[in-house]
Design a protein around this ligand. Structure first.
Ligand code: CUA
Length: 164
């Protein structure tokens, strides 16, 4: 059977595309440096976070930075329309050590993205988003809320400062 040369060419090109698409999906699921949202951070009663009664929660602490054996733990509350700790207090973390973020919200779904990095998570009421990052270099990173959360969404920002 004779297949026209151009037909063979396009058939080959479409096969390459199909394989490439499947490849990107697999890369997204298991590729390096990409963590999918899961429930490993645990859950928390959003009303307790709203009240600021952190003492009564066993897997979430007062917003701030805490030393651990090999790095730091950072607890962040996202709320309409700010991050705690906020820009004035800035979250100061060390370079070259694992930094584990625990982020939750008492009100609506927010986003937590460190501008210029691939640190990116949704923040869902009742859920604690947990992820670990090691910063190679010192610098300042803006925290951006990238989920529309209300009229003040565009003003919602914070800052992470990576120091020596
Ligand atoms: Cu919080 Cu948008």
């Amino acid at each position: 059977m004779h297949v026209h040369r151009f037909e063979r060419l396009w058939f080959g090109a479409s096969l390459v595309l199909v394989v490439a698409f499947i490849g990107t999906i697999i890369y997204g699921a298991v590729g390096p440096g990409i963590a999918m949202v899961d429930d490993s951070g645990g859950t928390v009663d959003p009303s307790v976070i709203a009240d600021g009664d952190y003492e009564s929660v066993d897997n979430f602490r007062e917003p701030g930075v805490y030393d651990t054996e090999d790095g730091v733990d950072v607890y962040v509350v996202a709320r309409q329309y700010l991050f705690q700790p906020g820009t004035s207090e800035a979250i100061r973390v060390p370079a070259g050590e694992p930094v584990t973020f625990h982020v939750t919200t008492p009100d609506v779904t927010h986003g937590f993205n460190l501008a210029g990095t691939n640190v990116n998570s949704m923040v869902i009421p009742g859920q604690i988003a947990e992820f670990t990052v090691t910063f190679d270099e010192t610098g300042k990173y803006g925290i951006v809320c990238h989920e529309y959360c209300g009229s003040g969404h565009h003003t919602m920002e914070g800052q992470v400062v990576v120091v020596e």
